[in-house]
Design a protein around this ligand. Structure first.
Ligand SMILES: *Cc1c(COP(=O)(O)O)cnc(C)c1O
Length: 411
């Protein structure tokens, strides 16, 4: 690809404004890398933990050690980390079904949960939580922050679980910071101590030096083909937090009689270990890339979230386009700039679990992995693209040039 001088200049100008912000990202990455390295050392991770296992997987040390490793890194008492969890939605669903019982109530205090969870919670006749008698309330965000006053008003004797979505999902808002979450948890605990506070941690891992579990969350839940898989884990999800709740979820993952005592993986665990090891660096690459995209599109006059220089609570950058055509062009440029399936042209389509048609660009090594550079968007007004990931900053930078060329010069 030969980029025009004008495009190159736009990108270089944007980059030059970000030196200071990049230093901040590097500092967090170094801190988190140290945390991860310490956990590897303290758990004596060795080649023996990578072994392929089969059958029941009793005494599978690769599996058990991986769980302990995550628990330590994320500051939880214990963790479930498993290739048998097929996605983030599956991990979140397991956690909800594991903890909630008939007549219990959950309250989502960050507005509507992620699209794919709606049917899990409120579906009618599909085996949803509602079908099992679990009640649901929702508190909308107020100016992009949790409405504590309304939350406290809604908590009652049946409330067993508070659900917090850290990332923005498909909303025009910023992700919450760990500090935002900390303040809210304190207030909730003061109101009702005995309540499970669960955080959808997707896209939030390693953005900051601590995770929500370290400010009082009982459970954090995420996908291994996002941040904590480092772009290397081939599949899987995790749930980390208080042992009391992890045990309940383990009974749901397998069966109440066997919990985490079983589970084998014939492919071996090396990619999960290597993934979490490299994740702090990969996340830093993705954030720097995200900052660059944000700056470039801000400079071109588009509305972006967060604003350049604003604090990142997740790896996503939202860009508001003026027309559906621009949005689709943007996604196509991201696809064209991908190492895999660069010749594929993305179109909007009906995806399982999503309300509107969605367009997705993901030319990724791990199918659909959004720690790799990807963009997606529900097709509805306003036309917002959600861009995230990037295994290397350089790739995101080059992809930025593809996008600018397409939008400005229709190349
Ligand atoms: C990705 C994501 C999920 C889970 O989605 P999957 O595609 O099933 O992994 C849930 N919540 C948020 C905020 C997410 O970003």
């Amino acid at each position: 690809m030969n980029f025009t001088e004008q495009t190159k200049q736009i990108i270089e100008n944007a980059q030059s404004k970000l030196a200071h912000a990049f230093e901040y990202v590097d500092d967090i990455a170094t801190y988190n890398q140290m945390k991860v390295l310490d956990a590897f050392r303290e758990n004596n991770v060795g080649l023996r933990h990578f072994s392929q296992t089969n059958g029941y997987g009793y005494d599978d040390i690769g599996r058990d050690t991986l769980c302990r490793l995550f628990a330590q890194i994320f500051g939880g008492e214990s963790a479930i980390v498993s290739p048998l969890i097929v996605s983030g939605t599956h991990a979140l669903s397991l956690a909800l079904y594991g903890v909630l019982r008939p007549n219990d109530e959950m309250i989502s205090i960050t507005g509507s949960p992620y699209d794919t969870l709606k049917e899990v919670i409120l579906g009618d006749g599909n085996g949803s939580l509602r079908d099992f008698g679990v009640k649901y309330q929702q508190v909308e965000l107020k100016n992009g922050k949790i409405d504590v006053e309304n939350t406290l008003k809604k908590i009652n004797e049946n409330t067993k679980l508070i659900f917090i979505g850290r990332s923005r999902g498909y909303e025009w808002r910023n992700a919450l910071t760990v500090d935002d979450i900390k303040v809210v948890i304190k207030e909730i605990r003061a109101c009702k101590a005995d309540i499970c506070i669960m955080v959808d941690n997707c896209y939030g891992e390693f953005i900051e030096k601590i995770e929500p579990t370290q400010v009082g969350a009982d459970l954090i839940v995420g996908s291994l083909i996002k941040n904590p898989g480092g772009g290397i884990a081939p599949t899987g999800g995790y749930i980390c937090g208080k042992s009391k709740f992890i045990d309940m979820v383990a009974g749901r993952l397998t069966a109440p009689s066997i919990g985490l005592e079983v589970g084998s993986y014939a492919y071996g665990y090396k990619d999960f270990y290597q993934g979490i090891f490299i994740a702090p660096h990969t996340v830093a690459q993705a954030i720097k890339g995200s900052m660059l995209i944000g700056q470039v599109f801000h400079d071109l006059g588009f509305e972006t979230m967060p604003l350049p220089g604003g604090k990142c609570g997740d790896i996503i950058r939202s860009i508001k386009f003026n027309t559906q055509a621009q949005l689709i062009d943007f996604c196509r440029a991201i696809q064209e700039a991908s190492p895999i399936d660069s010749n594929v042209v993305p179109y909007p389509w009906d995806m399982p679990g999503y309300e509107h048609q969605v367009i997705m660009a993901a030319g990724t090594f791990v199918a659909g992995a959004s720690i790799e550079l990807s963009a997606d968007s529900p097709i509805k007004e306003p036309y917002i693209a959600y861009v995230q990931g990037g295994l290397t900053y350089e790739h995101v930078k080059i992809a930025c040039m593809y996008c600018v060329e397409k939008l400005l010069f229709n190349k």
